[in-house]
Design a protein around this ligand. Structure first.
Ligand code: DX5
Ligand code: ZN
Length: 221
């Protein structure tokens, strides 16, 4: 994949209906969108809680065949790779900030049959993940401080996207470059110009009155 790869809108279940997450996932599937972003929070790495592996397993039992892009916002993500893989995650992304063996955890994700991803908070420089770029299927650049939906987009993350996209092209790598936080059609357009190809959208997606039109705007990006 290059920076010219097709744009992918990736709705975040965090902004869905927590009393009926299966229906929220079905809204995504009905639009023929292939991915669903699943935010997992531990109230330590981020000051909030969301849901866990049983939620993913329940969505699978309810018939969802979406690609579960599972974003682990956890202090000890390496301890939860196996439960999420077993629960039906297709991609598991882990943050660079906590101290653990990142390369081993990324390899473990692939060994369990999932794609892997590395994630950076807004305060973390691109250089912190440079050594891992050849080992990943996805790099997620947080465009808000993680923990809550509905926060404003951090435009100061655009140079970080450009840097990572440049490394990707220079080195002939093919990971996805994903953004997460404050993404709508306008901010996604800016991220697209900086090299992003995968766009997590929570609030803007679930609040969009005309979801087919919203999805179409991303497809044209
Ligand atoms: C933030 C989560 C995001 C969140 C984005 O901690 O990682 O995935 O759902 O929500 P919006 O799109 O509302 O900023
Ligand atoms: Zn997320």
């Amino acid at each position: 994949m290059t920076s010219m790869s097709a744009p992918l809108l990736n709705p975040s279940l965090l902004a869905g209906d927590h009393a009926n997450l299966a229906a929220s996932a079905q809204l995504v599937a009905d639009l023929k969108l292939p991915w669903l972003h699943c935010d997992i929070m531990d109230a330590h790495f981020v000051p909030n809680l969301s849901f866990g592996p049983e939620t993913l397993a329940a969505l699978r039992r309810a018939g969802s065949t979406l690609f579960f892009d599972t974003h682990l916002m956890l202090d000890e993500p390496h301890r939860y790779i196996e439960p999420f893989a077993k629960a039906g995650a297709n991609l598991i992304s882990i943050h660079i900030e906590p101290a653990y063996d990142h390369a081993a955890a990324l390899a473990r994700i692939r060994a369990l049959g999932c794609q892997n991803g590395i994630v950076l908070n807004p305060g973390t420089s691109a250089a912190a993940i440079e050594h891992l770029l050849a080992l990943v299927d996805l790099v997620l650049v947080m465009t808000v401080q993680p923990g809550f939906g509905g926060q404003p987009f951090r435009r100061d993350m655009l140079p970080k996207l450009r840097q990572i996209d440049t490394w990707r092209r220079e080195r002939g790598l093919n990971f996805r470059l994903e953004v997460d936080g404050g993404i709508d059609v306008a901010t996604a357009t800016e991220c697209r110009a900086a090299g992003a190809d995968t766009f997590v959208a929570g609030t803007s997606f679930f609040r969009a009155a005309d979801k087919p039109a919203f999805a179409a705007a991303f497809a044209r990006m």
